[in-house]
Design a protein around this ligand. Structure first.
Ligand SMILES: Cc1ncc(COP(=O)(O)O)c(C=O)c1O
Length: 381
């Protein structure tokens, strides 16, 4: 099955009972039992299982070439459930420019419970090896990373994880399952903030996890039911609906992001552009090897914070908002918004300059987006 077909036909999203072509929203908390413990389709209570959520979970499993899928109330809930696989005293290696919310939950919540994390530049596999300690049990990478679009070699890092008996986890939010499938490159677990490309319309917060490993799957399912951060049926339905057009959206987004990056790279007011499609991106070749297209996230640096604010004020089609991955183009200043929870010294060390602007290129007409950004930049003194 080719990819675009898989986006429409992946998972089991028709209704066996009525023949409904779309997945019904089973808005129920509990299920009739014909006798004590005699369940009709195995459903007992909607925290443990709900048919609309099951349809979504089967879809993400298929799309990521996994056997098991799980849906959570947010991307951070998905990440947290995966980290809960660990025990007190365990240690995690994480890419240094990880999403601010992932950094926050690891350094402000899980550290209090005795699970420590070290943040390293995983674009160099030697750094991963060097940071592994006897207590290290998990490797988490986000590739491309947020907001500097650094690329980690998924296969090389999964190989290192295997050698050291670590669970390797890839946050695949920026690529979506349409362009990149970490399980096929050797990762144990792939996860998504489904609030981004998978939902695609800025109307759902959700998180998805997929794996091929039966033991990990059983433990994640147990954690999902025990800690209860499940996705509701209405939001599960919206994510299934979003996935049907994921292929079309990603193709358009990728085309526009490449064109926008090239324009920015040639604009005199832009000091630097971060996008893996650019030939001078340090990990351009790895990206081309491990993915079949490009994320719509493009970051670039203007001289200072005032210039960044002016660009944001002057654009017409880029909405000032956090988040990414939706049909409409968004624009943000990471230092003041998504990454504000990371201390300034850590941000600067990581290269997140105050004049860094992050775009999430949407599905509008490519020429309109380019014209809009150009006129906003041309107005800078
Ligand atoms: C790469 C990445 N991972 C995880 C998350 C967290 O997802 P959520 O906001 O759905 O909790 C985000 C949110 O921006 C993200 O960009």
């Amino acid at each position: 099955m080719n990819k675009k077909t898989q986006m429409v036909h992946g998972g089991h999203t028709t209704d066996d009972y009525t023949g409904a072509v779309t997945t019904p929203i089973y808005q129920t908390s509990t299920y009739l039992q014909d006798d004590i413990g005699d369940l009709r389709e195995g459903y007992e209570y909607s925290r443990s299982g709900n048919p609309t959520r099951t349809a979504l979970e089967s879809t993400i499993a298929d799309l990521e070439h996994g056997r098991f899928g799980y849906a959570f109330g947010s991307g951070v809930a998905a990440i947290s459930a995966v980290v809960m696989l660990l025990d007190k005293g365990d240690h995690i290696v994480v890419n240094s420019d990880v999403y601010g919310g992932t950094f926050r939950v690891l350094t402000k919540v899980f550290n209090r419970l005795g699970i420590d994390a070290d943040f390293v530049d995983t674009t160099d596999a030697n750094n991963i090896e060097a940071s592994i300690k006897p207590e290290t049990k998990m490797l988490i990478i986000e590739t491309p990373s947020n907001p500097l679009l650094r690329v980690t070699d998924i296969k090389a890092s999964a190989d290192i994880a295997k050698k050291h008996n670590l669970i390797s986890v890839v946050d695949n939010t920026f690529m979506s399952p349409y362009f990149q499938n970490p399980l096929t490159l050797g990762a144990d677990i792939v996860l998504h903030s489904a609030s981004k490309y998978i939902g695609g319309h800025s109307d759902v917060i959700g998180g998805l996890v997929a794996t091929n490993d039966e033991d990990l799957a059983e433990r994640i399912g147990f954690i999902q039911n025990s800690t209860g951060g499940v996705l509701g049926p209405q939001d599960s339905y919206l994510l299934i609906r979003g996935i049907k057009t994921l292929g079309l959206r990603m193709e358009q987004v990728s085309r526009s992001a490449v064109a926008v990056s090239e324009m920015l790279a040639n604009h005199p007011k832009v000091e630097k552009v971060y996008h893996p499609s650019l030939k001078d991106h340090p990990n351009h070749d790895i990206q081309a090897r491990q993915a079949t297209g490009h994320t719509g996230v493009v970051s670039f640096v203007v001289p200072d914070i005032e210039s960044a604010k002016a660009v944001i004020r002057n654009t017409k089609y880029f909405t000032l908002a956090e988040s990414l991955g939706a049909v409409e183009s968004l624009i943000s200043v990471p230092a003041l918004m998504t990454h504000a929870s990371i201390p300034k010294e850590v941000r600067e060390k990581e290269g997140i300059a105050d004049g860094l602007i992050r775009l999430s290129v949407g599905i509008e007409d490519t020429d309109d987006l380019i014209e809009d950004l150009k006129q906003a930049l041309d107005q800078l003194k």
